[in-house]
Design a protein around this ligand. Structure first.
Ligand code: F6P
Length: 371
């Protein structure tokens, strides 16, 4: 963890999928930086505003004043825009032969930071964006990462901002599905995001009284799931709710991938529909699928996420002022501490199969796909 000298002008950017709380972090960074006499600019759409300013007639950088960030704490999305295409370390580029390949444009990006007299960067992102932030830090830019993702799959922080909002909304959706599933005596299969980690599915399923929860960390046996659901009517319950993480996979099978494009992570989808198709004949009940998808990323952050985002934003500026670089602000209750970006980059925090929440699910009679 290197100690650095005082900075005068910082940039902030938001990368990857948006998450509730981005605007709250932006506001906290801007206000606390201005308070300390540091100027702040926002980069549009990840790094695009800095790397390709010609594509932004209105300017690829936005000067962030108090007025620009007034009243945005509770707003979803990001006032800066974001992208999950065009990782500068693997930028999709067409060669003279017409073929597409991934090009490393990080030196070009470093030059753009110097040209715009930006002393430091506060990068808001998930694993991909923080990996890029780590590369830039290793190349000499002063960088502080802020852990954003509804998936909660980042190492070394108890929580990422956006996760609580996603789980709260998904739980509310489950509450609504109970009544319609009960009215029709159906099985409702609910697919939730989360990539290769089951945090959203697990926390939603337990909080929303699901009958089965299928997560990537526990490959499922569809026959065991069907057997567990068939026991429900014997206990007087004639409908079921099954929560399926988009990254769930059967024993010996693979994750449902929709597509893989150059320069971006693979798109997942279809896990819920696959489970519903297979369960219907095995249980002998009508199965319907609901994909919550991007709805989990929208709306106002919960109070927990607002406060966490504001704390992370203020801590990022504090870290810069204290001379840190190449670190991520991380929740370690009751405090926010700094952890080296290299310790989280390329790693994923998945659900430990022996954790208390899974034990709770099993003790409440919820099928986890293997019992
Ligand atoms: O990482 C956040 C996330 O919402 C994942 O849960 C999901 O798989 C992915 O982003 C979807 O991204 P896109 O916006 O490309 O569909």
């Amino acid at each position: 963890m290197a100690k650095e000298k005082k900075i005068k002008r910082i940039a902030i950017n938001t990368g990857g999928g948006d998450a509730p709380g981005l605007n709250a972090v932006i506001r906290a960074v801007v206000i606390s930086a201005l308070h300390k006499g540091i100027e702040v600019v926002g980069i549009r759409d990840g790094y695009n505003g800095l790397m390709m300013p010609e594509e932004y007639p209105e300017g690829g950088l936005i000067t962030l004043s108090r007025g620009k960030v007034r009243g945005i704490t509770h707003l979803g999305g990001t006032i800066l825009g974001t992208t999950n295409k065009g990782n500068p370390a693997k930028y999709p580029t067409q060669g003279p032969d017409g073929k597409w390949y991934e090009k490393d444009r990080t030196d070009e990006l470093m030059a753009a930071f110097r040209k715009n007299k930006i002393d430091a960067l506060v990068a808001l992102g998930g694993d991909g964006s923080l990996g890029i932030a780590n590369i830039l830090a290793e190349k000499g830019l002063r960088v502080i990462g802020v852990p954003k993702t509804i998936d909660n799959d980042l190492e070394k922080t108890v929580a990422t901002f956006g996760f609580d909002t996603a789980v709260s909304f998904a739980t509310e959706c489950l509450d609504r599905l109970h009544s319609t599933a009960s009215a029709h005596r159906r099985i409702m299969v609910v697919e939730v995001m989360g990539r290769y980690a089951g945090w959203i599915a697990l926390n939603t399923g337990v909080s929303g009284n699901a009958d089965a929860i299928l997560i990537p960390e526990i490959p499922y046996d569809i026959k065991k799931v069907a057997e567990a659901l068939k026991l429900r009517p014997k206990r007087g319950k004639h409908y079921c709710i099954v929560v399926v993480a988009e990254g769930a996979r059967p024993v010996g099978g693979s994750v449902s991938v929709l597509s893989k494009e150059l320069g971006r992570a693979e798109k997942l989808g279809g896990a819920g529909e696959k489970v519903a198709r297979e369960l219907e004949p095995l249980v002998g009940k009508e199965c319907r699928t609901v994909v919550l998808g991007h709805l989990l990323r929208g709306g106002s952050p919960t109070t927990f996420d607002r406060l966490l985002s504001l704390r992370f934003g203020a801590a990022a500026v504090r870290a810069l002022e204290e001379g840190y670089s190449g670190v991520m602000v991380a929740l370690d209750p009751p405090t926010v501490r700094y952890v080296p970006l290299r310790e989280i980059s390329g790693r994923m925090k998945t659900v430990p199969p022996d954790c208390d929440t899974i034990a709770t699910a099993r003790e409440l009679g919820i099928c986890m796909g293997d019992n």
